[in-house]
Design a protein around this ligand. Structure first.
Ligand SMILES: [Zn+2]
Ligand SMILES: [Zn+2]
Length: 290
């Protein structure tokens, strides 16, 4: 038994190694499908987003790897697309032109510093504190509510196939010293966002990167959010957000255990060109015909 993973990075952004090196490891581990989701370009300086001029080479390399390993694994071309209102999103021209197989939509940037520089909410903690102080006058509630508001806007106006690391902002709250996930306002922000997701066709990813990088004690999203996702019948997929080949299924058994405890029976996978639900346990997907 094995897995799938559609949230992966390579040397086109802040990952390591060529897409092909990751695909080789995926074949070695017997994955049924593997998606490459390099960080989309953005129209400002960024150390971890792909450069716009690299997009054609990226598309070519991933398609070539897909062809080369087609007898062993299904390889899909995606991107992790930033959503920044009026600046970039899944409907941006260059995304459309790339003819991707799927998109992961993520909020990494929340508003801007007075000098116009977008504020990265999942960068170094000090950068987070700087933006919190400069843009939000140290009002953590306002900052977190804005993060979820942008998530809702992305889903309503520029919906991706997969919603990346839904509650990633919690990584900055390591000791719970900024806010508590039990606070009413936080629960309301999440609930309102889930209502919007339930009205869409988007899949929520369960992302294990925080777990295996020890940045968080729980996957993105937290188990109490996953309970609500199950209640609302929102489809989920399991992704590693891997940056090196050895990470491509890291944390999956642990996350699958949490999901089974909550009561999930299916994960959504992109297979034979279509998103579909498949049964799973802590060892992998229960694929028929495999
Ligand atoms: Zn991300
Ligand atoms: Zn990522």
């Amino acid at each position: 038994m094995s897995w799938t993973n559609y949230h992966t990075h390579s040397y086109f952004c802040d990952g390591k190694f060529a897409p092909e090196e990751h695909v080789k490891e995926a074949v070695k581990q017997g994955l049924y499908a593997y998606g490459v989701s390099t960080h989309s370009p953005v129209p400002f300086d960024s150390s971890w987003n792909m450069k716009m001029e690299e997009v054609p080479r990226y598309v070519k390399e991933v398609r070539q790897a897909a062809e080369a390993y087609k007898n062993d694994i299904q390889v899909y071309l995606g991107m992790e697309v930033d959503y920044i209102p009026n600046i970039v999103g899944c409907s941006s021209d260059f995304i459309q032109k790339a003819e991707l197989d799927y998109t992961v939509g993520s909020i990494h940037y929340v508003d801007q510093f007075p000098n116009g520089k977008p504020w990265e909410i999942d960068g170094p903690h000090q950068l987070f504190l700087d933006g919190l102080s400069t843009i939000f006058h140290n009002d953590i509630r306002a900052a977190v509510e804005r993060y979820y508001e942008l998530t809702r806007h992305m889903i309503q106006y520029d919906c991706p196939d997969v919603i990346g690391h839904l509650d990633k902002i919690k990584m900055q709250n390591e000791d719970g010293n900024l806010f508590s996930e039990d606070e009413g306002w936080y629960r309301d922000a999440v609930e309102e966002t889930l209502e919007v997701i339930a009205q869409s066709s988007a899949i929520v990813e369960v992302n294990t990167r925080g777990l295996y990088k020890k940045a968080t004690d729980t996957p993105y999203p937290s188990p109490w959010i996953l309970e609500k996702i199950l209640e609302k019948n929102i489809p989920i997929c399991l992704n590693a957000d891997s940056h090196i080949p050895t990470e491509i299924t890291k944390g999956f058994s642990e996350a699958a255990h949490i999901l089974k405890e909550i009561g999930f029976n299916q994960l959504h996978i992109l297979y034979n060109g279509e998103w579909q639900g498949v049964d799973f346990d802590t060892k992998g997907l229960k694929m028929l015909n495999h």
